[in-house]
Write a protein that binds this ligand. Structure first.
Ligand SMILES: [Zn+2]
Length: 473
């Protein structure tokens, strides 16, 4: 794409005003464009949902349409949370407390969930994401009631890739309640791909989403990969989460998990593997050579002690040119991608006694460009460039956390402000969150419904079941 700041304000060479639905002026714009320009006094012209012009304000073209003066606010592309489970949002904080079994966690997560419960959880999750600067996410198969999840995402207006839970070989009690036979899984998968097609204007769309982690049969994996090709969509699945999974693969198939995927023909640029904690050198070579994408979820591993920071080789993968997006996962911490970026940028330093390991700039790339690649949308989102969709995050200038305002705001974003100063969020140029208020939904109504639902869940789970301190009523 031509760089408008060097080619002049009107790319077509005419004096006609550039059509605009919204002109954001005087932002400190972290573009993530190929040159990684930071515009210290930048302007973004939005038209028909896309970025029509971006450059220094002094070079801005004449425009039609309303302007907003950002008064030096930091602007960056919407963040991409590449691994989410929206369905667990309304039970966050109850369990796990520590080493509870996965069956217990699952019981809490899926306990009698109705479509209403799932829609409400997805609505809350989308609100949480948007208000912390995330504009696109993928749920790697977390829905029992897919349409309900999709309704929740659409109500808030963000981009989302929801998915059925698809697992046909539950092991050791894991996912027994939500597993199904291979044909049923494939029928559900085809259903989600048909119902939510991968269309340019669809904010909610479906990819091939599998549970993975050894809980899908060879037949399901190969048929799912065939569907990903047929529908031309990404294939996203959990993988290599812990040592038990590696041991089970060696015992059951005679090879490590990623080698098994290679043998089944699943590796490649269309495939995104989430977690990838317990991998060896040969598996990482396979990932690099095939262009397979990876998602690193620091919080999930830290909460469950799986080794993503201790054993994971994510800085090496980034250095090798592998796409490594970030994900917040489920029941492991806040739906806040900035927290994942902070952890990725800091914990490796401490563990390896090495500075900087991953820089703030690199984790910001992982949060945007890598996320867009991992979810098959790098032509559309992930940076602020002419022609891309206007998915933008504007930070506040008037909060205690807003200052100091340096020309280079990258370390401020990653190490200090994070989500706390997110103020205004746009998707397709539509303002979804305007100076702290949601524009499409009634926040009070949603929160009241969530509060009611939480009481019901708490009664069903047993309010004293996990509490370590006495609850005095
Ligand atoms: Zn997950």
């Amino acid at each position: 794409m031509a760089d408008p700041s060097t080619t002049g304000p009107q790319p077509d060479g005419t004096d006609a005003p550039v059509p605009a639905d919204l002109v954001l002026r005087h932002g400190r714009v972290v573009t993530l464009d190929p040159r990684r320009r930071i515009l210290t006094d930048g302007t973004i012209v939005v038209h028909a949902g896309r970025i029509r012009w971006v450059g220094p304000d002094r070079l801005r073209p004449a425009t039609t349409g309303p302007e907003r003066d950002l008064a030096g606010a930091v602007v960056h592309p919407g963040l991409v949370d590449a691994h989410v489970h929206t369905g667990t949002e309304t039970v966050r904080g109850i369990a796990p407390k520590g080493a509870e079994s996965w069956e217990t966690v699952e019981e809490v997560a899926y306990l009698g969930k109705t479509p209403y419960d799932e829609e409400l959880a997805a609505t809350l999750s989308a609100m949480d994401m948007v208000s912390s600067g995330t504009t696109l996410f993928a749920d790697t198969g977390g829905s029992v009631h897919l349409d309900a999840t999709a309704r929740g995402i659409a109500a808030v207006g963000m981009r989302g890739i929801p998915g059925h839970i698809l697992c046909d070989v539950p092991q050791d009690g894991v996912l027994v309640e939500v597993a199904a036979d291979t044909d049923t899984c494939l029928a559900r998968l085809r259903n989600q791909l048909d119902r939510y097609p991968w269309r340019p204007d669809a904010r909610v769309r479906a990819a091939v989403t599998l549970v993975g982690m050894g809980l899908d049969s060879d037949a399901l994996l190969t048929a799912a990969a065939g569907l990903a090709g047929e529908y031309d969509v990404p294939l996203i699945m959990h993988q290599s989460w812990d040592r038990a999974e590696v041991d089970a693969s060696l015992a059951g198939y005679g090879v490590r998990p990623v080698t098994r995927l290679r043998d089944l023909g699943l590796l490649g640029a269309r495939t995104t593997l989430v977690h990838m904690i317990q991998t060896d050198d040969a598996e990482r070579d396979l990932v690099r050579e095939t262009g397979t994408r990876v998602v690193h979820c620091p919080s999930a591993s830290l909460r469950r002690a799986k080794g993503a920071l201790r054993d994971g080789r994510f800085p090496e993968m980034v250095a090798d040119g592998v796409t490594v997006a970030l994900g917040s996962d489920g029941l492991s911490g806040p739906r806040d991608l900035f927290r994942q970026a902070y952890l990725a940028a800091t914990v490796f330093r401490e563990l390896r006694d090495e500075l900087p390991t991953l820089t703030a700039e690199q984790v910001l790339e992982m949060s945007t460009l890598h996320g867009a690649r991992a979810l098959g949308m790098s032509d559309e989102v992930g940076s602020i460039e002419v022609g891309k969709r206007a998915d933008l995050v504007v930070h506040a200038t008037d909060r205690p956390q807003s200052l100091p305002a340096f020309d280079d705001p990258v370390d401020w974003l990653v190490f200090y402000a994070g989500a706390r100063t997110v103020d205004t969020v746009l998707v397709d140029g539509e303002i979804l969150y305007d100076r702290g208020r949601f524009t499409r939904i009634d926040t009070d109504e949603v929160l009241a419904a969530v509060a009611d639902q939480a009481r019901r869940h708490e009664r069903a789970i047993g309010p004293d079941r996990f509490a370590r301190w006495p609850l005095i009523r």
